[in-house]
Design a protein around this ligand. Structure first.
Ligand SMILES: *[C@@H]1O[C@H](CO)[C@@H](O)[C@H](O)[C@H]1NC(C)=O
Length: 394
């Protein structure tokens, strides 16, 4: 009855034949939408679902008719699970229960995910076919575990999504499961365009590693993609704002600093604005801190000159420093009212215990999470153009 030898053979075959990458277009933007969206085809026959790509969590789940106790509004009919329950003893189930919480019965595996914004999903793990088109043209339907979420509570900013695409570094992530089957390298990358949209990829064929600025993934944050501790640089100068434990989180639209760092930053920004034709727009509630010009601003180009570039400097595990640059576009937005607002928020106030590099600050860069080599990398990019494979397809 053992399936293992057959599976191993198939895996080997695929490694030789595929060993490729998967590329997905992204829709959405930081403002005004406040989220990005990727379409995945799941089930037999496969149906499309709109998912929220989140590097801050592991499990992929769909709002699910199991039946659903509490579901939020979805763009598609609720997912109907296959009969393939993941049993409690499965390592994937164990990886979700690291902090206690056992299964109710051995036949199934309950999960619960809670998000920083207060949203959550509760359900059971099932296996189903995911339909992927690889960049070498191959179309495959690997069976992967996902959450059938039948009890969701929305966060404060609910969007009409079918579910979440968990891209974290845990075993249950789709990419980790694909890499276990030998189909892709456990590498995730995304490129969010300043004009909205962009792309997401799994695998390591879509970038030239020699052009990427790499820094080691820190162990100081066991669950999230963290480049470790950073120092804040303002206009090319050190600020004394140091020891900022930082994580990359595509599920967060804005960037967050802890209160002391946030306060220090806004006093630097405000000082820089003295004598400039900008005054605080207390009536604009788009974000906590906005400024008005003499006339409404149309684009970030209009305000660029008033704001200095920022940077986060990482120690790269003691192997020399790497810098993550934040030009004004990476921390400001133009609100609907034509004011310019600071897209860096007070994380302590928002209940975050770490500093978060959110979508706003990752725009117009390819950001890569290489779980094989335990590296995080980035490079400037035009995210409106889909990348080409660096290897020739066959
Ligand atoms: C998600 O993207 C699709 C295009 O692939 C688009 O039609 C849909 O409106 C988007 N959904 C949301 C919630 O933005």
């Amino acid at each position: 009855m053992s399936m293992l030898p057959v599976l191993a053979q198939v895996t080997l075959l695929m490694l030789n034949r595929v060993g490729s990458s998967i590329l997905f277009p992204l829709h959405g933007n930081v403002y005004p939408m406040g989220f990005y969206n990727v379409t995945l085809n799941i089930g037999q026959p496969s149906k499309p679902y709109f998912l929220d790509p989140d590097t801050g969590s592991d499990l992929t789940w769909l709002q699910c008719d199991a039946p659903c106790v509490q579901c939020t509004e979805t763009p598609h009919p609720l997912y109907r699970p296959s009969k393939n329950l993941v049993p409690c003893k499965d390592p994937l189930c164990k990886s979700l229960h690291l902090h206690g919480c056992k299964c109710e019965t051995p036949e199934q595996c309950e999960y619960e995910v809670q998000y920083a914004d207060g949203g959550s999903s509760f359900g059971v793990l099932v296996k189903d076919a995911f339909s992927f088109k690889f960049i070498n043209g191959e179309q495959l339907k690997p069976r992967l575990a996902l959450g059938c979420g039948y009890d969701q509570s929305p966060g404060p900013f609910p969007h009409p999504f079918d579910g979440v695409l968990g891209l974290g570094k845990g075993k249950s992530s789709i990419v980790s499961q694909l890499s276990k089957q030998g189909l892709v390298q456990n590498v995730i990358g995304h490129c969010l365009s300043l004009q909205g949209g962009g792309y997401l990829f799994f695998g390591d064929d879509l970038y030239d590693s020699s052009r990427v600025l790499w820094t080691s993934m820190s162990r100081d944050h066991p669950k999230h993609y963290s480049p470790g501790f950073a120092e804040l640089i303002f206009g090319g100068k050190t600020t004394g704002i140091k020891k900022l434990l930082t994580v990359f989180d595509s599920g967060s639209s804005y960037t967050y600093l802890n209160s002391p760092a946030y306060q220090a930053l806004i006093s630097l920004v405000k000082k820089e604005l003295t004598g400039k034709p900008l005054r605080e727009a207390l009536d604009d509630k788009t974000l906590p801190l906005c400024w008005k010009g003499q006339r409404p601003f149309k684009s970030l180009q209009d305000v660029r000159k008033y704001f200095k570039p920022l940077a986060l400097r990482f120690t790269n595990g003691g192997k020399g420093k790497t810098q993550f640059e934040l030009p004004p576009e990476a921390y400001l937005i133009i609100s609907r009212n034509g004011n310019v607002c600071l897209g860096i928020l007070d994380g302590t106030e928002a209940g975050q215990d770490v500093n978060i590099i959110g979508d706003i600050s990752m725009q117009d860069k390819v950001v890569i999470y290489n779980n094989e080599k335990q590296l995080i990398g980035w490079m400037p990019a035009n995210c409106n153009r889909l990348p080409k494979s660096k290897t020739t397809s066959f």
